[in-house]
Design a protein. Structure first.
Length: 126
């Protein structure tokens, strides 16, 4: 099976030893995205809604670079340092995803890279 590395300047560059995404056959594995502004490399400041949208915009840029859109997402993982923000994730997801929604996990964690409050990764099938 051929592996293709997916990369776009419209999402933050990797801040570690990983790729933005890897395509294996028709499946694309998108690395976790935190609310980094791709232009500045800095965490988005502001309310949680802005942070969630920045994460989803980063995912969208990578998904688009892979040749897909949110309808191709089969699985989404959401990591939150405070699960009280889960309702905001649900509300904002409806701005990006349409039914049928992908499978999803929401996980409460003690910390995320760079002190972020939210991170998401996904798997899509093209």
């Amino acid at each position: 099976m051929t592996r293709t590395i997916i990369s776009t300047p419209h999402a933050p560059g990797a801040i570690g030893t990983y790729s933005q995404a890897v395509k294996c056959g028709n499946t694309v594995y998108v690395s976790g995205q935190i609310p980094l502004d791709p232009a500045t490399g800095q965490l988005v400041t502001g309310d949680m809604d802005q942070q969630i949208r920045r994460v989803l915009d980063n995912l969208k840029a990578i998904i688009t670079a892979a040749g897909g859109d949110f309808s191709h997402v089969a699985k989404l993982n959401v990591f939150l340092t405070d699960l009280q923000h889960f309702a905001a994730v649900n509300r904002i997801m409806t701005e990006y995803f349409k039914e049928p929604y992908p499978a999803r996990a929401a996980i409460g964690v003690g910390a995320l890279p760079r002190g972020a409050a939210v991170e998401m990764d996904c798997i899509l099938e093209l």
